[in-house]
Design a protein around this ligand. Structure first.
Ligand code: GRF
Length: 190
């Protein structure tokens, strides 16, 4: 933590509903939270989640232009002195070039017990494989999709009565709980 005295300037990247963004905004407003959300970036101009950002008067940048998204985002990250990026339901894969140029930590929330089920349709695959547990993981973002160091995980039991929708709901609840905890854990161990 010595590296970053005070609250850490954070940008959250989203693409859709934004329920994780909502939980991060709630957490960031707590007195003893370690982050301050300065900027929300979306590659989907119509992302539902943007309304949470505007309600909280957080700067928003929307850009669905594939070719300049990363460069324009990098400029803003620099302009606002962002030291941490949290991906929250961000459905675009960031390039190695972006990760290198940003050069500060990027975290992601993934709806599975990594290293199981990288990529999409995680809960569907867990049910199909008759897994006993599903869950969520907070991990560092590297060039390799969903493969960076896991910071925090929590599991949930898959019941016989569960379907993809009910499981997604349970996992999402866990996501909202562990993202702030994962950030705390990550930042206090820097
Ligand atoms: C979450 O399950 C997240 O883990 C996944 O996409 C979903 C986004 O939900 N990558 P929300 O936009 O945060 O509500």
């Amino acid at each position: 933590m010595e590296k970053y005295p005070g609250k850490i300037n954070t940008a959250v990247f989203i693409s859709g509903r934004g329920s994780n963004l909502k939980s991060l905004i709630k957490y960031s407003k707590k007195k003893n939270s370690l982050i301050k959300i300065i900027l929300v970036i979306s590659n989907n101009p119509d992302a539902e989640g943007l309304k949470y950002a505007s309600r909280s008067k957080i700067k928003i940048y929307r850009n669905k232009n594939k070719s300049n998204f990363e460069n324009e985002s990098l400029k803003l990250l620099k302009k606002y002195n962002i030291d941490l990026i949290c991906l929250a339901g961000f459905m675009k894969i960031l390039s190695g070039n972006f990760i290198k140029k940003f050069s500060k930590p990027i975290l992601n929330i993934h709806p599975s017990l990594l290293p199981k089920y990288k990529g999409l349709n995680t809960n569907e695959r867990a049910i199909k494989n008759k897994d006993r547990f599903a869950g969520a993981s907070i991990h560092k973002v590297t060039e390799k999709l969903d493969s960076g160091k896991v910071i925090l995980q929590k599991k949930v039991k898959i019941l016989k009565s569960d379907n993809v929708r009910s499981l997604e709901k349970k996992v999402l609840k866990i996501e909202h709980e562990i993202y702030p905890k994962g950030i705390d854990k990550f930042l206090t161990n820097l």
